[in-house]
Design a protein around this ligand. Structure first.
Ligand code: SAH
Length: 371
């Protein structure tokens, strides 16, 4: 890789450090020291990678700045979910969410500042699109959480077997479901995910990394060719083009038939099941007739369905459905033998639930603060 194309150290694959060390006329073992400093010690500055000679540290700091994201605000929800507001080097801010469960931590990461896709029910696009995140900024969100996990004892859910090396404090699952559309920033997202997945990086298993797209067909086609085992989720939210077009402008460009054909090809090429996300919105798409149409649409499709009751969002007047209606919808799909689950949306009291992450300017007063 060319050195000039590598602005920040977090955007470099562990395997690329070897050739960089060669170019810098450094012995090969320096690459290992660098990778250890980055992914096991979570260094925030090259100065802290004390295994390296001072001259090399200075050179690395100039050519591959670490540029960690600054945590501007931490919001703790009552259910244990924690949302971080992080500031980038240029002052833009993004959100990432930590979702602890019994045996692991799931992290939801952002891929863009804002979003251009304009789904009616999603807060992330309400103020438009500002810019793509770099691969380094995507990885840096996870590094920020790794440091928190390292520094808080409660957050080490993967206790090692006796005699085994202590597990790295890192999230067990990554969901690319934060702000932004991952396939609109395909190259940076894939690079970041390869770094997170890399054995010498954070070594997060590919099957523990889920990418969610609003349905950008070219991105799904590209992912099918990558030969990677990442999980793919596709936001469906409606059982017909008329309704989907009304709430998701992307449907006008890639309508349901093309989207579903692409998902079928994806399944044939990769052997992986696509998960369709379906946000239930009161009366709009949660009626028995919607369930019936969805069943007709997916009956012969090898897939899973994940129902998500709407999280409230300013600027969208759709309402959260009744719990009984959610259950009836779930039941109808299960009876039709469609593998369906319902997502428990957590973190709603700090706007950290699905679709609630949004562009937040730093001079805007925080809503809920519990730092
Ligand atoms: N851009 C990606 C990731 C978005 S967030 C995508 O569109 O898939 C992950 C999921 O949350 C998506 O399925 C998204 O449609 C859904 N979502 C968005 N807003 C929501 C809301 N207000 N309530 C519940 N789910 C929402």
């Amino acid at each position: 890789m060319s050195l000039s194309a590598t602005p920040s150290a977090w955007g470099i694959l562990p395997s690329e450090w070897l050739s960089i060390c060669q170019e810098l006329q450094q012995p090969a073992f320096r690459a290992k020291q660098i990778v250890t400093g980055l992914y096991q010690d979570f260094a925030e500055s090259w100065e802290n990678v004390t295994t390296l000679p001072a001259g090399l540290r200075t050179m690395l700091a100039e050519r591959f700045p670490l540029a960690p994201l600054t945590t501007v605000q931490t919001s703790n929800a009552e259910d244990g979910v924690c949302k971080l507001l992080l500031s980038c080097a240029d002052g833009e801010s993004i959100e990432t969410v930590i979702i602890p469960s019994k045996d692991r931590v799931t992290q939801c990461i952002s891929t863009q500042v804002g979003c251009a896709l304009g789904c009616a029910f999603c807060a992330s696009g309400k103020h438009g699109f500002t810019r793509d995140l770099t691969a380094a900024e995507i990885v840096a969100q996870v590094m920020a959480v790794c440091r928190i996990l390292r520094d808080t004892a409660t957050a080490l859910p993967m206790s090692p077997r006796p005699g085994a090396k202590p597990a790295l404090p890192r999230p067990g699952n990554i969901v690319v479901m934060g702000m932004g559309e991952p396939f609109a920033n395909y190259d940076n997202v894939m690079r970041a995910l390869r770094i997170l997945n890399h054995q010498q990086g954070l070594n997060i298993g590919a099957r523990h990394i889920t990418i969610s797209t609003c349905g950008l067909v070219p991105g799904i086609r590209r992912l099918a060719e990558e030969g990677l085992q990442f999980e793919l989720s596709v936001s469906l939210h409606a059982p017909d083009d008329e309704l989907r077009g009304r709430i998701m402008p992307v449907n006008r460009r890639w309508p349901l038939q093309e989207l579903l054909e692409t998902c079928r090809t994806y399944n044939e090429k990769t052997g992986r099941l696509v998960t369709f996300e379906y946000t239930l919105i009161k009366k709009l798409n949660d009626r028995p007739e919607h369930a019936a149409r969805l069943i007709r649409l997916l009956r012969h499709m090898p897939c899973k369905v994940n129902l998500i009751p709407l999280s409230p969002v300013d600027g969208f007047d759709g309402r959260r459905p009744e719990h009984a209606d959610c259950l009836a919808f779930l039941d109808a799909l299960l009876k039709a033998k469609i593998n369906t689950t319902m997502r428990r949306s957590r973190g709603r009291d700090v706007d950290a639930a699905c679709g609630q992450l949004r562009l937040r300017s730093l001079n805007q007063p925080p809503q809920t603060l519990n730092t």
